[in-house]
Every structure is written in structure tokens, then in C-alpha cells.
Design a protein around this ligand. Structure first.
Ligand SMILES: [Zn+2]
Length: 64
């Protein structure tokens, strides 16, 4: 599912790094404070940097 952040403000986005399997969960409400609310979850995924191994965009994500 791809949605704009502003459409899913009460959801959480969990990003799993494909390289090291590190998982980071973001509350969408908090993401909107640091990125444009019109960005989609897909765009967030592409820009996401793993805090553990620094891989960029190499991940999968779920929204719940
Ligand atoms: Zn990683």
C-alpha cells in the first residue's frame, strides 16, 4: 500500500533493512514533522537510511 503521509497520520511505518535486518518503526505523525506531508510511504522507503549499517533505500516496509 502506498499512501501520502497526510492520509495516514495515525499509522506507524516499520522499515526493515534488507542488508542487516534492522527494524525502525516511525510514527507517521512524527515523520510529518521532518519530511513533507505529501511524501508517500514509498518515497520515504527509498530515502530511508538504516541507522545501523547506513544502507540507503535497500529495505522493505509495512504500515500498520
Ligand atoms: Zn541495515
Amino acid at each position: 500500500m502506498t499512501a501520502m503521509l497526510k492520509e495516514i497520520p495515525r499509522k506507524k511505518m516499520s522499515i526493515t533493512c534488507a542488508v542487516c535486518q534492522h527494524v525502525v518503526t516511525h510514527e507517521v505523525a512524527n515523520l510529518m514533522l521532518v519530511v513533507d506531508e505529501n511524501m508517500t510511504t514509498h518515497e520515504i522507503r527509498q530515502q530511508a537510511t538504516c541507522p545501523k549499517c547506513k544502507a540507503v533505500g535497500d529495505n522493505t516496509y509495512t504500515v500498520a
